[in-house]
Design a protein around this ligand. Structure first.
Ligand code: GAR
Length: 215
């Protein structure tokens, strides 16, 4: 099978990028990363990408910058690598139609809550503040709203007594690192039509994780 080309967008640490790269190395995700792009020149994720020889692009998001211009510049960098899919892996900027339209239906995002609950910048802190007992992470297709596109898969994580934002986020990230490469693999293998799995659903004996789809 030819490998799908991924452009991965990052803003920060890049642990999801690392998880994706590891899954690719281990043959669990039939893709190759052709670009890592960031709004943040200081993102540690870029160092990881550079250390792996993955082409990098930085489109800085400066205070007061026009969001449409930023989105168009980002779209140009991404389009230059002709990716099959765009993966937002900890990308913290809201993009406009200038970015979404050229890649519509081919952009996925990972978010640290069970959407539609707690969209936005602080999905973990907002869940804690609301006092929910279960939260988690969601992989969804990106549309023009904020964390509002069709949901592809979710994993649930209990909120434990004494949890802080850091401890809860750390447990959510364990699930993110499993879920994102799995969903990307399912997508590139054509196991979804839009947000709908096209094969029979195969249970995994784990009610907290959305199932993997039969091949
Ligand atoms: C992840 O937890 C991801 O879900 C979140 O940022 C973190 C990035 O971690 N994304 C959002 O909040 C998007 N709204 P990473 O840089 O270690 O992959």
């Amino acid at each position: 099978m030819t490998k799908a080309k991924l452009a991965v967008l990052v803003s920060g640490r890049g642990t999801n990028l690392v998880a994706l790269a590891r899954a690719i190395d281990e043959g669990r995700c039939a893709a190759e990363i052709v670009l890592v792009a960031s709004d943040n020149p200081g993102a540690p994720a870029l160092e990881f990408a550079a250390s792996r020889g993955i082409p990098c692009a930085v489109v800085p998001f400066r205070k007061g910058v026009d969001r449409a211009e930023f989105s168009a510049a980002l779209a140009r960098e991404v389009a230059a690598r002709a990716p099959d899919w765009v993966v937002m892996a900890g990308f913290m900027r809201v993009v406009t139609p200038e970015f979404v339209t050229p890649f519509e239906g081919r952009i996925v995002n990972i978010h640290p809550s069970l959407l539609p609950a707690f969209p936005g910048k602080d999905g973990v802190g907002d869940a804690l503040a609301a006092g929910v007992r279960i939260t988690g992470c969601t992989v969804h297709l990106v549309d023009l709203g904020v964390d509002s596109g069709p949901i592809l898969a979710q994993a649930a994580v209990p909120v434990l007594p004494g949890d802080t934002r850091e401890t809860l986020h750390a447990r959510i990230q364990i699930r993110e690192h499993e879920l994102l490469p799995r969903v990307v693999d399912d997508l590139v293998r054509g196991r979804y039509r839009g947000a709908t799995p096209i094969a029979d659903v195969e249970g995994e004996g784990d009610a907290l994780v959305s199932p993997r789809f039969a091949t």
